[in-house]
Design a binder for this molecule. Sequence first.
Ligand code: OGA
Ligand code: MN
Length: 316
Amino acid sequence: MAQTASRMTIAPIHPCFGARVEGVDLGEPLDTATFQQIFDAFQEYSVLVFHGQRLTDETQMAFSRRFGPLETTINATGRENRLHPNLVDLSNTDPERDGGLMDWTDRRMLYQSGNQLWHTDSSFKPVPAMASLLSGREVPPVGGETEFASMRHAYRTLPEATRQGLEGKVVVHSILYSRSTIAKGLFDPEHEKGLPPVRQALVRTNPVNGRKAVYVGSHAWYVEGMPDQESRRLLDELLAHATRPASVYTHRWRPWDLVMWDNRSVLHRGRPWDAARHRRVMRRTTIAGDGPTVDPPFARRTSAWEGIIPDGVGVE
Ligand code: OGA
Ligand code: MN
């Protein structure tokens, strides 16, 4: 049966952003009024937490598609494509060994450990993601939290002069850059060619409500037109400002939580857990963005990144 908005409650979970939504079953088709309330809360709070949502891959995709078309996912290193292309598998269970556990020494887990850097999903794509929905199917008893920080709150709390200085700046983002800070050789050369660096606005405005955010994170490589060291310092300072402990919401997963976040306005990162001992089975759907944040979206080739990104770029 379709649901009515009247049973639903929305309560803030952190002083800066985020809300818990109760009294709704996302596995059922939602009526327009209920969906609209969730949509509005999403624009307002940036992170929505829903407990007790026993979603299947199908119902997760169906709810996600209400917000817009879904992204198809880059074929992550070493992972065979066993799920629907609209689903990302963030699990430490090994499909090749009948669900045996993969620990952090496994190349696939090393690739996944990139999620433990503060980031915003798909900022390395010419059209970055609008939102992500992560369903915790099996979660470890300790560790494995997901942390969030509001880039909108970060923007609001910067000095006015700093804010003005950021206006109109363009940042080049690259997943080859962010993954190069973890390990070499996570992508094969063919794969690298398909991941050219892209340009993103440093100040991003939500088209629905006009609210601005500092759009940074692990894929942010350099600020166009700025000397390298100054650019690195600025990006590091903005990230540190955005992720001050008081600005962070830590989500401690219970099985069947669904957490949805706005990639235009929050950063997130996963926290480690004992992957050799505990299963963590998560599925993500990603709602595509509606266009590039700047024009043109691709960075002009410069000697800095001709071909493969040089060793140690950006690693302090
Ligand atoms: C993601 C992500 C972190 C986590 O799903 O995009 O970064 O805690 N996840 O699994
Ligand atoms: Mn992510």
